[in-house]
Design a protein. Structure first.
Length: 146
């Protein structure tokens, strides 16, 4: 039981650290003059990080606790949920960033930024999965058996 709580705490701490260092992490991967300044000035990095964290943890929770089926407990089912997360999150973030930067023409930069955001989305989903899978009754062995 104690190990399960430790994994959950590690996942939460990792997500909080991602939130705290969101600007530095995003700009380490992708920086464009003007675009990055506007992202910072409008607070779009915060909304993108919140959407990324919320979607990844939310879809992982749906997989492990709502779906939680013996018929849906294989690694490729988990991979499908990762894929869904990596498709939905950038779309929502792109819409959010487009609204934040309304009046500016950064469509190419926004699209490229969301391609890089897929990396953070996937990493956050994996962290969320390994943090909460232990309490699932049917899917706790997914994606890697214990």
């Amino acid at each position: 039981m104690r190990d399960k709580v430790v994994y959950l705490i590690i996942g939460i701490v990792a997500s909080v650290l991602f939130w705290i260092f969101r600007v530095e992490l995003y700009e380490a991967l992708y920086t464009v003059n003007g675009f990055s300044d506007q992202m910072y000035n409008t607070g779009a990095y915060g909304s993108v990080a919140a959407i990324t964290i919320g979607t990844a943890w939310g879809i992982a929770a749906i997989y492990y606790y709502l779906i939680n089926s013996v018929k849906f407990d294989r690694w490729y089912h988990w991979l499908a949920m990762l894929g869904v997360t990596c498709v939905i999150t950038p779309i929502i973030c792109y819409i959010s960033v487009s609204q934040s930067l309304e009046g500016f023409d950064y469509s190419t930069a926004e699209f490229t930024f969301e391609i890089y955001n897929i990396l953070f989305t996937a990493l956050t989903f994996v962290i969320a999965s390994f943090s909460m899978r232990w309490w699932s009754s049917n899917c706790r062995h997914t994606p890697i058996p214990q």
